[in-house]
Design a protein around this ligand. Sequence first.
Ligand code: BES
Ligand code: ZN
Length: 457
Amino acid sequence: MNALESVDQYLTEHAERNVEQLKDFLRIASVSADSAFAAEMTKAAEFVRAQMVDAGLNVEVVETAGFPIVYGSRIVSEDVPTVLVYGHYDVQPPDPLEDWITPAFDPHERDGNLYARGATDNKGQLYTHLKSIEAWTKTQDAPPVNVKVIIEGEEEVGSNNLDHFLETRKEDLAADVAVVSDTSQYGPGMPAITYGLRGIMACEVTLRGPKQDLHSGVFGGAIANPVNALAKMVGSLVDENGRVTIPGFYDGVIPLTDGERKQFANLPFDEASFLEKIGVKETFGEEGYTTLERRWARPTCEINGFYGGYQGEGPKTIIPSFATAKITCRLVPDQNPQSVAAALKSHLQSLCPAGVELEFTDQHGGNGMVVDMTGPFAAAASRAIDDAFGTPPVLIREGGSIPVVASFREILGIDTLLLGWGQNTDNLHSPNEHFNLQDFHRGTRASAHLLHYLAEK
Ligand code: BES
Ligand code: ZN
């Protein structure tokens, strides 16, 4: 048996155990957005540390101003490439809880899928790499390439403390290529390499009116209502043709080329089934662009949350004292997140009526990116995916954001292979998140084969 065959055999023999261990990981409610879960974050970092030790890595848990970064490495030789694997142990909040068929942090298998918050985004996906490194270590004493693994705990809240770690540990982290499995396949049975991601700008806006909620009959008509005012302001951020109305918003946007538009158009895409899966009757977006173009290569402005006033059952007649909107813009190269935040802030100020005060809080930002996929590393990934999934990957862009990818390029000077084993229909960030177990095993195998092919480079 050659090395790759014994790694494969090890993975087959440990397939069920790997799923059971992943379930243990998924039982930890590591929600980074909500401080009530802070103790669970520590537990998740500790779980990752122990798993990395099992995989044969030298591990440190690095404290940050936020949640810890778990960093493991194994240097085998100067003559082989160094691969930097990245993943995140934090997950999105599980809300709305009542929509889950089985509880978010009580993993269950159903119809070949594993259901739990984080199953695909990103615990299940990052786990494929830990298990592939472990298989190499247990069967061959070491992986065939140098590996460095960063698993952080703040991706879902913008990775605000990660750049500092990358900058201060730049020499330690030197690598030839990064590998991240935090994207999706193009569809079932259609694995993909993602060569572009959108960037993001996240902020929160609050309008403050009276110092406390007031009777709307006694005071209504005489003062501005913060919820009315904010609804009108944010309601005007996107026009009826799907264009964002913030002055300067489109500055720097690199237009889609005809070549890329053709490439997108050549991918199979069934709009009717896309709509059916998400329970929507019609598409809406920027005029003049297809659905894939709108999702992958055009910027947007979305309200993610809007509150203020009475939220309980039955009517209540008040003028609320405040209203808040959580807003994110998805960005494309070469838009600048800081400039977009500044443009949005001053636009909102110009729309804000007298009698309410505007507060603007910048939350996080990251650049969009597109990488060249013609090099030898992408070829190795393609071969590994073909081995594991029985078909070579298609090249796609995605609309989501992974801030570290731009940081890897800017700080460490390396490109990232975005190899997603999940599906966009896995309900990431939604109730009933799941990960197909066959894809979990295939992803683990693809990771193991990737290390093998990269060693030949
Ligand atoms: N895994 C996602 C990003 C993703 C999902 C990319 C599907 C491509 C396809 C990641 O965990 C994520 O959700 N990122 C956040 C980043 C933000 C909070 C800075 C996002 O995109 O909202
Ligand atoms: Zn996510």
